[in-house]
Design a protein around this ligand. Structure first.
Ligand SMILES: NC(=O)c1ccc[n+]([C@@H]2O[C@H](COP(=O)([O-])OP(=O)(O)OC[C@H]3O[C@@H](n4cnc5c(N)ncnc54)[C@H](O)[C@@H]3O)[C@@H](O)[C@H]2O)c1
Ligand SMILES: [Zn+2]
Length: 363
């Protein structure tokens, strides 16, 4: 087992990464000082891993309230969130209750938001079971639900007390979901660690074959990156924005097609190609760099062409992108790559350049 510490003073916490950390009650014990525990999970993850967590909690003398939600990005909404509150209230949960999210990023984001709001904030533990959630969404305290007009528009910052990333849970992950997680792993290489990108290129076959030692290394290094960024800029006033590489384009795809049609990681992959293309148009990346970005994403089983969203495709992208949170004073703030391994935010990209990058990436 390896541990990454998210250094946020009194909100700091540990991420334990390894095979079997879900089956180790002693990792949870220090955080469950009160008996009242609610586990939020979904219909897919519950039959796979809830019994293990339940057995651990039983060893600690805890009988949790189990809240099993429907599965899917399309349920990451107000109605489903309210089901959590209904259950917490019906079962008399209170200020000192702990909420554990067991599942992917949808469960982590929604469970975390419920924990942030319930009684103005209760203790929260993340047990991410997808690669994407282990390397990204469970780290850094962003929680949210979607609104029909935009992804993750309603949310809060609420740091967990602990995160347990059990690599063994990745064995049951569908191939598409594994690839989606790799999109975020590749992102860390592209924005801040060219060596890591080379390591990923060299080991992609093994990662795709789910070699557990390689997956553990990838999760560990990704969590280190995210933890560093979050510790430097918890509230995204600076460096944290670089983690949005490809996301403004990608969110346009997710919102434009309807949530759940493309996976988040898939949309981010196509969006990353658009961002790389834009970076080339702005004179930062070479054509060979753009091809390298495409190649590594493709090797991870990810799409490198964007979805067509409308007849006037570019205009629709721009319209959706302007709804994204990354707009400040009416200006789009886009992450561009200055080189492979180095990113920056620009709010000076002209629409013509944006349209050219989108056009070049959509069929
Ligand atoms: N908070 C953040 O900082 C942050 C960062 C990135 C993404 N996100 C959010 O995360 C969400 C995407 O997360 P995701 O990719 O984990 O999707 P997800 O939560 O929908 O999980 C993907 C699918 O895998 C299933 N699943 C989960 N664990 C499994 C396992 N071990 N075996 C088999 N199936 C399993 C899920 O039930 C689901 O069907 C998006 O809503 C995105 O906005 C948040
Ligand atoms: Zn993402």
């Amino acid at each position: 087992m390896r541990t990454v510490n998210v250094a946020l003073a009194e909100r700091g916490y540990a991420i334990h990464i390894g095979r079997g950390v879900l089956s180790a009650p002693d990792l949870l014990a220090p955080y469950l000082t009160h008996q009242s525990v609610a586990v939020v999970t979904n219909e897919t993850v519950a039959p796979l891993y809830l019994h293990t967590l339940r057995a651990n909690l039983a060893e600690l003398g805890v009988q949790p309230l189990e809240i099993v939600l429907p599965d899917g990005e399309q349920y990451k909404n107000w109605q489903t969130l309210n089901q959590i509150f209904d259950a917490l209230l019906a079962h008399h949960c209170e200020r000192n209750s702990t909420l554990i999210a067991l599942g992917g990023g949808v469960i982590g984001d929604m469970g975390g938001f419920a924990a942030a709001c319930f009684q103005r904030g209760i203790a929260f533990i993340q047990i991410p079971t997808t690669l994407l959630a282990q390397v990204d969404s469970s780290v850094g305290g962003k929680t949210a639900i979607n609104h029909p007009l935009g992804k993750n528009m309603i949310g809060a910052f609420h740091q967990p007390r602990l995160a347990l990333a059990d690599i063994s849970t990745l064995a049951t992950l569908p191939d598409r979901e594994l690839s989606a997680g790799l999109a975020e792993v590749i992102k860390y290489g592209l924005i801040r660690d060219a060596d890591f990108l080379s390591w990923l290129e060299a080991n992609m076959t093994g990662l795709m074959a789910r070699d557990e030692a390689l997956l553990e290394e990838a999760v560990f290094r990704s969590c280190q990156h995210k933890a560093e960024v979050v510790a430097a800029d918890e509230r995204e006033t600076g460096e944290r924005a670089l983690l949005n590489l490809g996301h403004t384009f990608g969110h346009a795809i997710e919102t434009g097609l309807g949530y759940g049609v493309w996976l988040h990681g898939e949309a981010v992959a196509a969006g990353t190609v658009m961002a790389a293309r834009l970076s080339a148009l702005l004179g930062y990346l070479t054509e060979a760099d753009v091809r390298r970005v495409e190649a590594v994403l493709q090797a991870a089983g990810l799409p490198v062409r964007g979805a067509r969203l409308a007849k006037a495709n570019g205009a629709r992208y721009l319209e959706l992108m302007r709804h994204d949170k990354k707009v400040q004073d009416g200006r789009l703030r886009l992450v561009v790559l200055e080189a492979i391994g180095r990113a920056a935010v620009s709010d000076r990209v002209a629409d013509t350049e944006l349209l050219a990058a989108i056009d070049a990436t959509c069929d």
